[in-house]
Design a protein around this ligand. Structure first.
Ligand code: BGC
Length: 794
């Protein structure tokens, strides 16, 4: 056969454009006359959401049974790339067992703020950890012959208004924080796909962003795969293909194809760009992918076990005063909390999985033959759980060991909208306070995909964070509680004491159309460390039932130049009585006086399993990149000429060992920045941000009749028009078939998806039901342009 590029030159412009437009909800277009097949995509990322019937991006319609792994925020807490590669392999095999070619994952956006509704689907606040875990996942999926599609590129750190928000990020934060996880994943694992996000970055939609899609992704990082739009994220087909976008998903019923063909004729759409896009799509479709020959049932049961093992390695032991844990499995315990009986194990939205089995915590205890009494304690559906709480207080008075299970209800955490508060439901906090007053022997199990405030943490003896632990979370919890498994998870994000402590607390979700990332690089521990802001539990933290000691830090050289690397060696000893695993974390640190530089940043880690009493020399390599910094002028990473240091600590013991390193690089140009960017005390301010970044922030706007466009949302249009309010509610109802509970995350997601999606994006995803003509009429109606309404816009 001729090379692909040659074959594509024989296609008509119509056919080439067709290849860049999805054929339906999940497939690219095929051209049977040219023997060009299509390829099939499915979500991602904590299992396979394969929809055999009608497709949707909300997780509402049925999907075929598949393994539900712990969600990304738990997976990252394993700090174990090898284990994560196994998870990727398992998902890759499930994909191949259903002839899926590309899995839409992993999601590696940085957790900028704990309230982002999709944080459960992301790995970390730290780009190195997120990048390495993401790369491991991609390697696993792709080693089984399925493609991975890394998402959501880039700057998609909030869910509210995600289709219209503009993330304003200064160059240092963009490259060193928000793009860095993507860079690591792309360069380490070469995913076949990258999904561009819904939002704008510094004024340009991701789908049209030539800087991100071409200069950075392809030229700087060497990405060789296809850029796929998030579902309905294409802004302008011509701009997108010119900018480096390849495939528009899902099908918009070829809404923009004619426009693209006209642009091709008059030279606005570059033919080389169109050929590149078509080639990138066809390469994925034509790639030989192995057929799954095994037994799907066996695969699901093996993968179920793996999902449990991952959760057992992910759960983070945050407190264990007086060694209240592990519990004696022979003694009866009292379990309190509705979450114990109805344990959440995944989040809502496009990652929603339909698992073959699922164990609650109570079921897990029963499976492990642990005797227990149960008190509901609170009700998800009723803020006022007085009677349930009273009954629990009575029971707890006489109990020796009490396990309380609390967490976020289903409706709190979902794709499509952000959490409104970092607090747990008030009835759960009140329950713990009441129980703590009558019995000190409380162990709390926490079930939530993201940090919550833990105001009672000093009043309980044990605290085990399960995150959203996948289908067998109950069995994993029982093994962890009894010590059959020794906890080894470490936090992949900081747990602030209160929401107000978060650097972006005052600005997050306040002005989405111009969302200033005013805290810049000071996200998560990069802020808490330098601002000297205490946290409830720091990044990297996690206890064990054994103890570890770190000693004898040595580095191979105290000076580094381009092309070199430094070997860091430490001795790790398991000084306790149980076998267990610990994470050795290596950071590179900076002088506190350096502007836009955190005190330390994670640059290497290793999870090490040691028998009781065993010790081991642990070595971790730090390449020159670990000491490099983004140089905006030269558009590249450079080794600076400064003194840095290497610092090493453990998950269970945050006391660090440090040693200096002289970086023999170039004198990088520095500019004067406002003092906050040297020492970030309290909150950043927007004027300082503009001065530092040069980025202009638009004031929040209320759109008036006369100003509406295709990019306005039904919520904006409804503000001034009864009729549009009515139309929006009809639209919502027609889409909400199958959602019975108006408070469910699906119902809230649907509300956000309809009301806060620009009209043109709704049309793109409407499967042809909402045409561009109808969009223009709605806009005319809202603008009170009644003539246009009658004759149409064009
Ligand atoms: C999500 C993506 C997902 C896609 C397909 C979108 O709404 O943002 O992460 O892969 O839907 O379901």
């Amino acid at each position: 056969m001729q090379p692909l590029a040659e074959r594509l030159k024989q296609l008509s412009p119509e056919e080439l454009v067709q290849l860049t437009s999805g054929a339906n909800f999940w497939q690219s277009a095929a051209l049977p006359n040219h023997q060009i097949p299509s390829f099939r995509m499915s979500d991602g990322p904590n299992g396979l959401r394969y929809q055999a019937g009608e497709g949707d991006a909300l997780g509402i319609n049925d999907s075929v049974i598949s393994t539900c792994f712990p969600t990304a925020s738990a997976v990252a807490c394993t700090w174990d790339p090898e284990l994560v590669t196994k998870m990727g392999q398992a998902i890759g095999l499930e994909a191949r067992s259903l002839n899926v070619d590309m899995v839409l994952g992993p999601g590696i956006n940085i957790k900028r703020n704990p309230l982002c509704g999709r944080n459960f689907e992301y790995f970390s606040e730290d780009p190195y950890l997120a990048g390495m875990i993401g790369a491991a996942w991609i390697k696993g999926v792709q080693s089984e012959g399925a493609a991975a599609c890394l998402k959501h590129f880039a700057g998609n750190n909030q869910e509210n208004d995600r289709l219209l928000s503009d993330s304003l990020i200064d160059a240092t934060a963009l490259h060193e924080n928000y793009l860095e996880a993507f860079r690591i994943a792309v360069q380490t694992a070469q995913p076949e796909g990258v999904m561009c996000s819904y939002n704008k970055i510094n004024g340009t939609y991701s789908s049209d962003n030539a800087y991100l899609l071409t200069d950075v992704l392809r030229h700087q990082w060497g990405f060789k795969g296809a850029v796929v739009t998030d579902w309905g994220a294409l802004n302008d087909k011509v701009a997108s293909i010119n900018a480096g976008g390849d495939l528009e998903m899902p099908s918009s019923h070829n809404m923009f194809d004619q426009e693209a063909l006209a642009a091709l004729k008059d030279g606005q759409l570059k033919s080389a760009a169109l050929l590149r896009a078509a080639e990138n799509v066809v390469r994925i479709a034509e790639k030989h992918r192995p057929e799954f020959k095994g037994d799907r049932q066996d695969l699901l049961s093996q993968n179920g076990q793996l999902a449990q093992t991952i959760e057992e390695n992910a759960a983070v032991l945050l407190k264990n005063d007086d060694q209240i844990l592990p519990i004696d499995p022979a003694k009866k315990i009292l379990v309190v909390g509705q979450m114990a009986a109805e344990t959440r194990y995944q989040g809502a939205g496009s990652s929603h999985i339909n698992p073959p089995v699922q164990t609650s915590i109570l079921q897990g205890l029963t499976n492990a033959k642990i005797a227990y009494d149960y008190q509901q304690g609170y009700a998800f559906s009723d803020e006022n759980s007085g009677q349930l709480t009273n009954a629990a207080v009575q029971a707890v008075k006489n109990a020796e060991t009490v396990v309380i299970v609390v967490g976020l209800p289903e409706s709190a955490e979902s794709e499509g909208f952000d959490r409104q508060t970092m607090q747990l439901p008030a009835n759960q906090n009140a329950l713990i306070e009441r129980l703590a007053a009558v019995n000190p022997n409380l162990i709390v199990l926490l079930v939530a995909g993201a940090p919550v405030e833990l105001p009672w943490r000093s009043k309980v003896r044990g605290l085990l964070n399960l995150y959203l632990g996948g289908q067998l979370v109950g069995d994993a919890a029982a093994h962890l509680l009894t010590g059959q498994v020794n906890p080894s998870g470490k936090l992949a994000e900081s747990y602030p004491i209160a929401y107000q402590d978060v650097p972006s607390a005052d600005i997050y979700d306040k002005n989405p159309r111009s969302a200033a990332y005013a805290e810049s690089v000071y996200v998560g521990y990069r802020y808490y460390d330098k601002a000297n802001q205490p946290v409830a539990f720091p990044f990297g933290f996690g206890l064990s039932y054994t103890t570890f000691k770190l000693s004898g830090l040595k580095i191979s050289q105290h000076q580094i130049q381009a092309g070199q690397s430094i070997e860091v060696a430490v001795t790790l000893e398991n000084t306790g009585k149980r076998d267990g695993a610990e994470v050795v974390a290596v950071y590179v640190g900076n002088s506190p006086k350096r502007p836009l530089k955190p005190l330390k940043e994670l640059k290497g880690f290793k999870k090490v399993y040691l028998k009781a009493g065993q010790s081991k020399l642990v070595t971790i390599d730090l390449p020159a990149q670990a000491f490099s910094e983004w140089d905006e002028q030269q558009q590249t990473w450079q080794l600076p000429a400064v003194d840095k240091f290497v610092t090493v600590n453990l998950g269970s013991d945050q006391e660090a060992l440090s040693t200096p390193v002289n970086v023999a690089g170039q004198a990088l140009s520095t500019k004067d920045v406002p003092e906050w960017y040297v020492t970030p005390i309290e909150k950043p301010n927007l004027n300082d941000f503009t001065e530092m970044s040069g980025l202009k922030i638009q004031p929040p706007m209320t759109i008036q009749p006369g100003q509406y466009t295709r990019l306005s949302t039904p919520r904006e249009l409804s503000a001034h028009s009864m009729i549009i309010r009515k139309i929006a509610s009809v639209l919502k109802n027609s889409q909400s078939k199958g959602i019975s509970d108006p408070n469910s995350p699906e119902a809230k997601f649907m509300d956000a998806i309809i009301m806060d999606t620009p009209l043109i994006r709704l049309a793109q995803q409407s499967d042809g039901k909402l045409s561009l003509g109808m969009v223009d009429r709605l806009v005319a109606l809202a603008n009170r342009h009644y003539l246009k309404l009658i004759w149409g816009q064009h």
